[in-house]
Design a protein around this ligand. Structure first.
Ligand SMILES: [Zn+2]
Length: 169
């Protein structure tokens, strides 16, 4: 299988949210672990994060172009959430039926770690899901401004859960 792994933000001026922790650091940490683990299982991985952009729009657009040009089988965008310090848990966005099936598989694995299951969400307003040509999901791992989630969060466990969800789906 050929996976397009999109490590969210991490490309100024496209930068992630700041809570108790900085989203960019978590996206990068979990994303790199997911990439290494998928490769270790014999899968092909295309990194969809661009290296240099001038605008957020260009950052998002390039991520889709990289995935579409490489004809990846599944596009996976890795993010962490930030809201009001109270909200917590995991949610995964998708548009297509195939995408939603993959999203459920990943969501089920991450929530087994103890995070609240916030469900599969409609990703039809998310640029990278709308503009990729293959089944695509966007994972909001947990909330970086939630003390509960940040106590529970472990990059290695989160990456293992994502890989298990992706490869079993
Ligand atoms: Zn994000």
């Amino acid at each position: 299988m050929k996976f397009g792994i999109d490590i969210g933000h991490n490309c100024p001026p496209d930068i992630g949210a700041k809570g108790i922790k900085f989203e960019d650091n978590l996206n990068l940490d979990v994303g790199n672990k997911v990439i290494a683990k998928l490769k270790a299982l014999g899968h092909q991985v295309v990194l969809c994060k661009p290296t240099k952009v001038d605008t957020v729009e260009e950052s998002l657009s390039k991520r889709c172009t990289i995935a579409n040009t490489a004809h990846v089988d599944i596009f996976v965008s890795i993010h962490f959430n930030c809201f009001n310090g109270q909200a917590n848990g995991t949610e995964v966005y998708a548009i297509s039926e195939v995408g939603k099936k993959i999203a459920k598989s990943v969501l089920d694995e991450i929530t087994k770690l103890g995070f609240k299951n916030r469900g599969i969400k409609d990703g039809s307003k998310l640029f990278v899901l709308k503009n990729t040509n293959m089944p695509a999901i966007l994972i909001e791992g947990c909330f970086i401004d939630s003390p509960k989630d940040m106590k529970l969060y472990n990059a290695e466990e989160t990456a293992n859960a994502i890989v298990k969800g992706l490869t079993n789906s």
